[in-house]
Design a binder for this molecule. Structure first.
Ligand SMILES: *Cc1c(COP(=O)(O)O)cnc(C)c1O
Length: 401
């Protein structure tokens, strides 16, 4: 029962009243192998994109050995799912108790920071019972970089400014064997140039600080495919990052890291929803802003959709969605293209929800339930199947908002 071929067979078998999350382990496995084999360094999976233990095990089994965790709960969950994985605590603001538990109980020795206060917290929390400082710390200084090439900014909240980076790098160097620099260019970066620009800022900081740097961590931001967002091949990102990092003033033995969340998880899940009512071009569906469609509501993200009833024959028209809660904000503008004659009782599959989709579901207003079913068909789009037309040859390479 819990493995089906595709969304249509799930609807035929269950006629589900509630949303159903469809998981495609084979798609996540393919993404993991791609990063493990082709990224010219180490890939850390950013657990916040989707912390499902099943997904974590698929990634682990396919070559992802390191995990970027951002909260104590993520440390505990990831450690429970993957006892031998290397966990890196990459939130630049942590509590001393979280740092201490991560270091002393879960074997975490990699931390990021963007201030002197955080450096002091880490150093103090990792001392042994005699009060001796930890000898095995890997500390990465998070730099603030531009988010202008990404669809979702992660630029303003965290990161030390270039003007203050050199002294922080110098002070951090005194407390660790491994010093790194990290950043995040923003999520769904639509051009590799985002990383070049960020690495130029890293170069300036390293030159000014005149310290030895052992790790360059280019963070997340690697894109997936959505309607009107057809990014260049990931190989282009890897090439550009490799060349830019090779030219940094760092030693030959230094390591290159990245922290993909979206790119590793997006293809893992889709969602079946049911139309419970139609009013004009608005469809009232049973998942929404407080469920897996948070980004569709709050940042107008357009996910791909497909009607699952083959009896629908009219050409596509543009629809918006209302979610199931009583809140006006539970609205997804779209537009979503679906057959003109779609109506109450019809089912829709919404694709590419493995990252920042399935994980966003809340129980608000009593609408949190969703069964998980494994399916064996292909995701609605894939960066990894090897059959994608080269978007550089078409005229919709990049659509920046
Ligand atoms: C969210 C996040 C990631 C993952 O970002 P994606 O855009 O999903 O690849 C990686 N690193 C850090 C520090 C993050 O906060």
């Amino acid at each position: 029962m819990h493995i089906q071929s595709d969304a249509r067979s799930v609807v035929a078998a269950l006629a589900p009243d509630e949303p159903v999350i469809l998981n495609r382990p084979h798609a996540a496995a393919r993404a993991a192998r791609f990063f493990a084999e082709k990224f010219p360094g180490r890939s850390l999976y950013a657990v916040k994109a989707n912390p499902s233990p099943d997904l974590l095990k698929v990634l682990w089994d396919n070559g992802i050995t390191h995990y970027d965790v951002a909260s104590l709960a993520e440390v505990r969950q990831t450690r429970a799912a993957l006892p031998d994985a290397e966990l890196c605590f990459m939130h630049p603001i942590k509590t001393t108790r979280a740092i201490a538990e991560a270091y002393h109980q879960h074997g975490v020795n990699t931390f990021s920071l963007d201030s002197d206060e955080e450096l002091e917290k880490i150093v103090e929390s990792c001392r042994d019972t005699q009060g001796n400082p930890a000898k095995d710390l890997k500390l990465l200084v998070r730099m603030r970089v531009s988010s202008e090439y990404a669809q979702l900014s992660l630029a303003s909240k965290f990161g030390v400014d270039l003007a203050d980076a050199a002294p922080l790098l110098q002070r951090t160097r005194q407390h660790c064997d491994w010093l790194g620099v990290c950043f995040h260019v923003g999520s769904q970066a639509m051009t590799p140039f985002a990383y070049v620009q960020a690495l130029e800022r890293v170069r300036a900081a390293i030159v000014e600080a005149a310290v030895t740097v052992d790790i360059i961590d280019v963070g997340g931001g690697f894109p997936s495919i959505y309607p009107d967002m057809d990014p260049p091949p990931l190989e282009d990102y890897f090439d550009v990052i490799f060349r830019a990092s090779e030219s940094l003033p760092i030693s030959y033995s230094s390591e290159l890291w990245c922290e993909p969340g979206r790119a590793l998880a997006a293809e893992y899940s889709s969602l079946i929803v049911r139309v419970d009512r139609r009013r004009g071009e608005n469809l009232y569906i049973n998942d929404g802003a407080y469920g897996a469609l948070f980004d569709a509501a709050h940042v107008d993200w357009r996910f791909p959709v497909a009607a699952l009833d083959s009896g629908l024959t009219r050409p596509p028209a543009e629809f918006s969605f209302y979610g199931p809660t009583c809140d006006d904000a539970d609205y997804m503008k779209g537009p979503f293209l679906l057959p003109e004659d779609i109506q109450a009782g019809d089912y829709i599959e919404i694709g590419m929800l493995g990252a920042y989709g399935a994980v966003m579901k809340t129980g608000f207003n009593g609408f949190g339930a969703a069964e998980h079913i494994t399916v064996t068909d292909e995701p609605m789009a894939s960066l990894y199947r090897g059959d994608r037309p080269d978007p550089r040859a078409s005229d919709n390479v990049v659509s920046l908002r």
